[in-house]
Write a protein of this length. Structure first.
Lengths: 531, 207
């Protein structure tokens, strides 16, 4: 009797209770919280409140688009003030640069980029994406509100298009083509509304000379895509448009593109809707201290159409035996060589590269001399030690750009002109003239000697968010594998990736010594027992 | 042969629960460290964190128990018989000598055990707990004190883990050095140890 009670007690204390403790720990410990689902509610005011077709002023015969703008402003007064203060109009803004480089006025207008070197001196082509009419040279009047192009953002008919090479002008009766006819101003003006994806996309999908060339995470396919491509914009999903995230008040649009921006403000963030603890799971939510949402939730970009990863200007200018420009294609039928632009490498379903980023960026400015190669056209600031720096997925666009071998500066190149003989590279394929003209327009000195240098430009990724099933897994970063997403991101301890060699080797030696000791000791016991 | 009670019910519960927790912490810990894959990284992290909490709770309760019952005295190191015990393990036991220290309820550990477990209780466990908690909760190692990242906590935690594994290996082996190979482990299960009769013990006592 006594013995069986004892056995039962033993059974309880050495087996049942410990097992219960372990079971309870596993049960409560090993589960993932259920993420909070955020259902986007279309803002009520997106409903059209006003029927523009009833306004007499919009039924007149518009000679010029500027006349239409005047009609818009006759009701929507003061909106021109908002717009004319915006970067969409000025293409520059006062920005405080990091590294104590002071406050400068920079933007698309006067920054070097990694595509056609600069918009400046190529106005006809580049300023097609300006929200104005005809910024073809320095004579453009930034103070004239009728130069504002309301339609490019507010056309809801999807028929308004700015002509190629027109410096922002739509076609006129003189130069209309089948692709770019004269816009039906009455029809468009009577059907205006808040910007649609198509409006923003007209410029933001096509930067750099074609669909998805520049960003990699912004392209035409997102107008009608699946949830796999973009959970937010998917037609079958929430079908959100750009300014559902890029909240806009009085024409101040939130969001930063660090190709031109420098400061950590006015950003459109995931947290705005999702909060900084959306996973309802401590371990995962804590990552947000140091890891941007985008890092896990944008595992690949350029999910439909390829994006340009590499653009080498140094080989541009080659012609065939008759002196005609050449075009070569890669296996995916994307151009891999153009005489006017050089060599291209495209890629799709690209894994981002990862960097610490605190929301501020430096830029290569006119006058900066090349101090490191590759030259960083823009530099994302931030390191692990900074409390607001996070790991961010980035498209790194690499290339080779022309520079002045004497002054060691990246140069402006005049690539665009309407016709041959004006010295533009795309027309005449002559580097020295094109650089000379580009530098002259920008008011910079050119020694006359150029060469090419490797350059890099950094594009933090924000779009093409994947469904949650396709986010990165722990092991994608927390691994010793060379293939780990963060294999090259140094400067901090990453569990699962990092270890101190000395400590680990000493530890394993300690274990080997312990085992050896045990083996030797038991052998000696065995030996003496027999002896 | 006579049966002597050595371990109380709580001690046995404590020992086996702690064994399971430590083994699971070790297995999950080295998986997080990147040495192998058993549970999968995510499960390893969640289990490691959960077992850390259980370990701390059990530890708090055990400290309370040790002091209330006075059993903590078993863990106070002593120099008495220390060299004798070493000599026994390195020499005496091969000749079939008897254990130099007789185990009782109030003196259940030999001087080497006291020394080792004392080290475990006041050094390894607290260091692992503190560095582990830092690892779990100190996410801004630059604020308020610049600790230079996670390195110090993590490296210390790793060193503690290796010492723990070495302890486990030797500890398990040492359980076979009782009167019989299974004497000690049986004692930890049933609470009772089969003590050799008095006369056999005196016979084998060194001169």
């Amino acid at each position: 009797m006594n013995k069986s009670v004892q056995r039962l007690t033993t059974f309880l204390v050495v087996l049942v209770l410990p097992a219960l403790v372990i079971f309870a720990t596993v049960h409560f410990g090993n589960r993932r919280g259920k993420p909070e689902k955020f259902i986007y509610q279309n803002r009520a005011d997106i409903e059209k409140k006003v029927d523009h077709s009833e306004f007499e002023i919009l039924q007149q015969d518009f000679e010029r688009p500027q006349d239409l703008t005047a009609a818009c402003l006759s009701c929507h007064n003061k909106r021109d003030d908002e717009l004319m203060a915006s970067a969409h109009w000025r293409w520059e803004r006062e920005s405080e640069l990091p590294n104590g480089r002071g406050t400068v006025s920079i933007g698309k207008k006067n920054l070097i980029n990694n595509y056609c070197a600069s918009a400046e001196s190529n106005n006809g082509s580049c300023m097609r994406c300006h929200i104005g009419y005809g910024w073809k040279d320095k004579t453009f009047d930034f103070e004239d509100p009728t130069n504002l192009d309301c339609l490019v953002c507010h056309d809801n008919t999807n028929t308004y298009k700015k002509r190629k090479g027109g410096a922002g002008m739509p076609s006129t009766h003189e130069n209309a083509t089948a692709e770019f006819p004269v816009p039906d101003y009455n029809y468009i003006a009577q059907n205006v509304g808040k910007p649609l994806k198509e409006n923003c996309g007209f410029c933001h999908f096509h930067g750099g000379g074609g669909n998805n060339v520049k960003h990699g995470d912004l392209e035409e396919a997102m107008l009608d895509c699946s949830r796999e491509v973009d959970v937010h914009m998917a037609k079958a999903g929430q079908d959100m448009s750009c300014n559902d995230c890029h909240l806009t008040e009085r024409h101040n649009i939130t969001g930063r593109a660090y190709s031109v921006s420098s400061e950590n403000n006015n950003r459109a963030t995931c947290e705005h809707c999702h909060t900084s603890t959306p996973h309802n799971d401590k371990v995962i939510d804590l990552h947000n201290h140091k890891v941007a949402c985008q890092t896990c939730h944008i595992p690949v970009y350029a999910k439909v159409n390829p994006t340009v990863m590499y653009w080498d200007w140094s080989v541009a200018g080659r012609t065939d035996e008759n002196g005609n420009p050449i075009t070569e294609y890669d296996v995916n039928h994307k151009y891999s060589y153009l005489s006017i632009k050089g060599r291209f490498v495209w890629d799709d379903h690209v894994k981002p590269e990862y960097f610490w980023f605190n929301g501020t960026a430096d830029h290569y400015l006119y006058g900066d001399t090349i101090s490191e190669i590759p030259v960083k056209i823009n530099t994302l600031m931030g390191k692990y030690e900074e409390s607001d720096a996070k790991i961010w997925p980035v498209k790194v666009h690499r290339g080779k750009q022309a520079y002045d071998v004497v002054t060691k500066e990246i140069v402006n190149v005049k690539v665009f002109a309407e016709k041959k003989g004006e010295g533009a590279f795309w027309e005449d394929l002559k580097w020295d003239t094109a650089i000379q003209l580009g530098m002259e327009y920008a008011g910079r000195y050119y020694s006359g000697q150029h060469d090419f240098v490797s350059t890099e430009m950094y594009w933090p990724l924000n779009h093409q968010v994947s469904p949650k099933e396709q986010t990165l897994k722990c092991i994608d970063c927390h691994t010793r594998s060379e293939e780990g997403r963060l294999a090259n991101l140094a400067g901090f301890y990453l569990p699962g990736r990092d270890y101190a060699k000395g400590v680990d080797y000493t530890g394993f030696i300690l274990i080997i010594i312990s085992i050896t000791g045990v083996v030797v000791h038991s052998l000696m016991r065995l030996f003496y027992k027999k002896g | 042969m006579q049966k002597v009670k050595i371990f109380s019910r709580f001690e046995r519960f404590w020992h086996w629960t702690q064994m399971a927790i430590v083994i699971l912490l070790t297995l999950t810990g080295f998986e997080i460290h990147g040495n192998y894959t058993i549970f999968g990284f995510e499960a390893a992290v969640r289990l490691h964190n959960a077992f850390a909490i259980t370990f701390i709770l059990l530890g708090i309760f055990t400290i309370f128990w040790l002091f209330v019952t006075g059993q903590y005295k078993n863990f106070i190191p002593t120099r008495r018989n220390f060299t004798k015990q070493i000599r026994y393990y390195t020499y005496g036991m091969f000749k079939g000598d008897a254990h130099p220290v007789k185990r009782t309820m109030s003196n259940k550990m030999n001087p080497l055990q006291r020394f080792t477990y004392f080290g475990l209780l006041i050094l390894i466990f607290p260091v692992q707990t503190i560095t582990g908690l830092l690892y779990m909760y100190y996410h801004y190692p630059q604020n308020p004190i610049d600790a230079g990242g996670l390195w110090i906590a993590v490296i210390t935690h790793t060193m503690g883990a290796f010492l723990m594994v070495a302890f486990l290996i030797v500890h398990v082996y040492m359980t076979t050095t009782g009167h019989r190979i299974t004497t000690d482990i049986k004692a930890m299960i049933s609470g009772y140890e089969d003590e050799p009769e008095e006369e056999t013990e005196t016979k084998n006592q060194p001169a």
